[in-house]
Write a protein that binds this ligand. Structure first.
Ligand SMILES: Nc1ncnc2c1ncn2[C@@H]1O[C@H](COP(=O)(O)OP(=O)(O)OP(=O)(O)O)[C@@H](O)[C@H]1O
Length: 269
């Protein structure tokens, strides 16, 4: 089994297959002050597929994920270098309208974070901020997004109820509905099911599998079963590098790198 090559540029692997790429990063580095948390990650994400980012705690998965729609901009003393190519644009350039870009690259966080508003308002808030006023159109988007997030049947008669009265799993699916209401191309999810019970987790997983027809999904997960159940591709992160990237099946059955094998088989450390 091979040792890892920290300079491996996985975008080449996917580009060679001729698949349609929704987003790729080229040599991304992220610093928090003097601490370099991401040390040159080049990965590509195939359109309408789910890619899982896995790896031990502190290896940089969330940092990398957050860099993809510039959420690290919100953290003081953070520097991100390298390119993040989306629709032929490098979204890591300073002149990018981050607010506009996040309409295309949406995010769902680990802990469900609905606004303290009604279910309906949670979904329409950002749309209204972006200037959409037409009630009929807003109603339609609320219905479609909740259906896509597999929540419509449970809440359709209570759209004015507070989102905070929903269960944790329902709140997370509402957050997914809120993200997809903006019709992003790419959905970033940072351990979206880690705070949920097994039944809610499996509902969120089902939702994600169904969403892949319309979205490209990139998910950070600590749950190996989850990665193997839902994702088409998996990238293994280690000490700030993406040291192995492949079809999920291969990562879990025939990884090329010893550290990946140790991690996925639970013999890490
Ligand atoms: N807001 C921050 N400010 C300073 N350092 C940070 C910040 N967020 C993360 N780091 C550091 O960056 C490194 C990578 O952290 P990150 O959270 O990206 O890893 P992770 O793989 O997602 O971990 P986990 O699986 O535990 O969530 C760690 O050394 C962490 O301490």
């Amino acid at each position: 089994m091979k040792e890892y090559d920290v300079n491996q540029r996985h975008i080449v692997d996917l580009k060679q297959t001729g698949k349609e790429i929704a987003l790729y990063t080229d040599d991304i580095h992220v610093w928090y002050g003097q601490n370099e948390a991401i040390k040159g990650v080049s990965l590509a994400f195939e359109k309408n597929k789910i890619t899982s980012l896995i790896g031990p705690s502190g290896c940089g998965k969330s940092t990398y994920l957050r860099s993809l729609n510039r959420m690290n901009d919100e953290i003081n003393d953070t520097k991100v270098t390298g390119s993040i190519m989306y629709a032929e644009t490098d979204v890591n350039q300073p002149n990018i309208d981050v607010y506009e870009m996040r309409k295309h690259i949406g995010m769902v966080f680990q802990k469900p974070n609905p606004f303290s508003k009604s279910i309906y308002d949670n979904i329409t808030f950002a749309l209204k901020q972006h200037g959409l006023k037409d009630k009929k159109q807003l109603d339609e988007i609320v219905e479609t997004s909740l259906k896509q997030a597999a929540l419509w049947d449970q809440v359709k008669d209570n759209l004015n109820k507070s989102a905070l009265a929903l269960s944790g799993g329902q709140q997370q699916r509402l957050c997914i509905a809120r993200a997809i209401a903006m019709k992003p191309d790419i959905l970033l999810l940072d351990e979206p099911a880690s705070a949920l019970d097994p039944i809610s987790t499996s509902k969120v997983e089902e939702t994600l599998i169904n969403l892949k027809d319309d979205y490209t999904i990139i998910i950070v997960t600590h749950n190996m079963q989850q990665a193997s159940r839902i994702s088409d591709y998996t990238a293994f992160f280690y000490l700030g590098h993406a040291i192995e990237y492949d079809k999920t099946r291969k990562i879990f059955t025939r990884p090329k790198i010893q550290a990946t094998e140790d991690y996925v088989s639970g013999h890490f450390g």
